[in-house]
Design a protein around this ligand. Sequence first.
Ligand code: AGP
Length: 372
Amino acid sequence: SAAEKGGYDSFMLKEIAEQPRAVADTLLGRIDAEGALTLDEVRIPVPELRAVEKVVVVACGTAFHAGLIAKYAIEHWARVPCEVELASEFRYRDPILDRRSLVVAISQSGETMDTLMAVRHAREQGAKVLAICNTNGSTIPRESDAVLYTHAGPEVAVASTKAFLTQLVACYLVALYLGQSRGTTWGDEVRSVIRDLAGIPAALERVLAAVEPVRELARSLADRNTVLFLGRHVGYPVALEGALKLKELAYMHAEGFAAGELKHGPIALVERGLPVVVVVPSPRGRSVLHGKIVSNIQEIRARGARTVVIAEEGDDAVVPYADHLFRIPAVPTLLQPLVATVPLQVFACELATARGNEVDQPRNLAKSVTVE
Ligand code: AGP
């Protein structure tokens, strides 16, 4: 009913708007008075965390994209090798696991059969399993060794939005906790990242306040067949997520590519007028990547692409090559997916509406996939 949607046209729009709150709630109770990380709820003893030799993240769909981003954070802060695999592939590959493997299973519903089968398989091999889950008492956390709940609240729309952002927050916390436990990230750095995370809800409010032009652009593209998404580093999974949203909701051909792969094939797809959404890394920090992406934007535009650029406030280098430019607040590189994903969610939602699609219940999809 309209009341349940809180005045929004769809649950999806409502859930997009709830993201600042969902992120804040997922941080709540996990930071102590001194600004340090407290994850005692993850009942894996520190000596076991120190003994971990590899982390394997398993998940499906949007949760898999959160896992791809987790890899950057885990390898950066915890300095432990991390693989990420689709749960449906992992189970049948005979993966190499033992007591020193930590498997992180990410699932909003906690009922996804592919992910559950991966969890069971991992535990049979002796691996420890940590679930990141949004649904209290669901099957995946019940069958795991430990759980870190996301506090997104119930997600009704089939397309995942707020659950994804909170999965990212949980992944950052796990990466920091691993780093803290293993002594690869010191208290000061942990506290500084926690401060940055605590600033994300306000940054998200600013992103949400500025989405109207994204909606306008989406409406103008309603008759297109294809949209491509490019990103690099943590922006690459964001591109994949933007493309998945568009497939699910707008039933359009949408693909995400690693920008560095362009010249290895995908650039052949670029033709006059093709909309290409580019997620631009911060010009601070990894400035080498920033420069490379700016060249990519230049290259595709020279071949006729209509460039839709998502870039940090104050990033002037992209201005000459952006047909459409959407600004996101400057946040540390690893955290950028939290702010960069939101315009892509709005874009897909609005395009779906403009094409007359049912946003909350896309055709052929179920909220939770409980069969293999
Ligand atoms: C997201 O928009 C999708 N509907 C889907 O990919 C989903 O993320 C996937 O099925 C995993 O679900 P889970 O998080 O409940 O395990």
